[in-house]
Design a protein around this ligand. Structure first.
Ligand code: DAK
Length: 271
């Protein structure tokens, strides 16, 4: 029987440590997004809590790997549209909330995403910031930002393109359509797909396997693998962010987000 201990109390996430085997003193860190009323939409408060928890695990020498999950219904349905709807290019740029997201990218320990249900927009981007992805058969992946008059802003145009290649990434981002778990598996976006009742356990098992290795070696391996993308990724991320900010000067962004909140189809005018 593996022991789990709850560490700190947060509002929008659940955080626990699980010992990898009894008495080993070696743990995996578990973080679950927990904002069910909004399908785990990633508002700023949730993101602050998430990076705090991840950084605490990063500093804790007994924790060797981290599992990030949501619920069965939703990993996360995106960044919080209601929080963003009234932003302008200047207001959203000056808030610079991407700085919080960048801190996920800075976590040194390996992170396994355990994904079930919706992983859309910022939810898919957060998932792609993790290092391995275990999906349930019910998972749906996508970048539906074009439906609300914007584009991915937290790495989707870059990381999805690295994972899927140009043509598939174009289709997914420009149409906004979701991919099934099996399509994502075939396209190389996820490591494995398992029945819904197993996805969390499988993700934990992967993390436990990694936790049994030298933590110095696994962290330095992670750092080196990420270097394979780094130069071009950073330029691409900056470019994507600029275009994302620019769209907050468009009527289509205002209409798209308003239409989502009013539960109707958006009427885009192209300016
Ligand atoms: N934001 C806010 N609320 C959301 C949400 C979201 N992304 N997704 C769902 N909800 C809320 C719904 O409004 C609804 O709330 P109530 O009406 O009950 O108050 C509740 O969650 C349940 O959702 P639904 O009633 O819509 O549930 P359905 O099963 O009918 O539909 C759905 C599920 C996932 C298909 C649908 O909710 C949906 O289309 N959601 C939006 C998906 C989406 O467009 N996601 C991309 C968002 S844009 C940034 C970082 C990242 C990003 C931007 C900036 N910075 C750091 C600056 C990323 C942007 C995005 O992700």
């Amino acid at each position: 029987m593996r022991m789990t201990t709850t560490t700190m109390t947060y509002t929008n996430i659940l955080v626990e440590k699980q010992e990898t085997s009894p008495g080993s003193g070696i743990y995996i860190g578990l973080v679950a997004l927990n904002r069910p009323s909004a399908l785990n939409a990633l508002n700023n408060h949730l993101m602050q809590e998430l990076v705090e928890a991840m950084q605490a695990f990063d500093k804790d020498d007994t924790v060797r790997a981290i599992v990030l999950s949501g619920s069965e219904r939703a990993f996360a349905a995106g960044a919080d549209i209601k929080e963003m709807a009234d932003e302008t290019t200047v207001s959203i740029m000056s808030k610079d909330n991407f700085a919080t997201w960048d801190r996920v990218k800075a976590v040194k320990k390996p992170i396994v995403a355990a994904v079930s249900g919706f992983a859309l927009g910022g939810g898919c981007e957060l998932m792609m910031m993790c290092d391995m992805i275990v999906a349930s058969e019910t998972a749906q992946f996508g970048q539906p930002e074009v439906n609300i008059g914007v584009i991915p802003g937290a790495g989707g145009t870059q990381r999805l393109t690295h994972a899927l290649g140009k043509y598939k990434a174009m289709e997914i981002i420009l149409t906004g359509r979701p991919m099934t778990a099996n399509e994502a598996l075939q396209a190389g976006l996820v490591n494995k797909v398992v029945p819904v009742e197993l996805y969390l356990e499988e993700a934990k098992n992967l993390a436990i396997q990694i936790a049994s290795k030298s933590p110095v070696a696994t962290q330095l391996a992670k750092e080196a693998i990420l270097k394979a993308f780094d130069g071009s990724l950073d330029d691409g991320l900056r470019f994507e962010r600029k275009n994302f900010y620019m769209l907050f000067s468009s009527e289509d962004q205002k209409e798209g987000m308003k239409a989502f909140m009013e539960k109707r189809k958006a009427k885009f005018v192209g300016r």
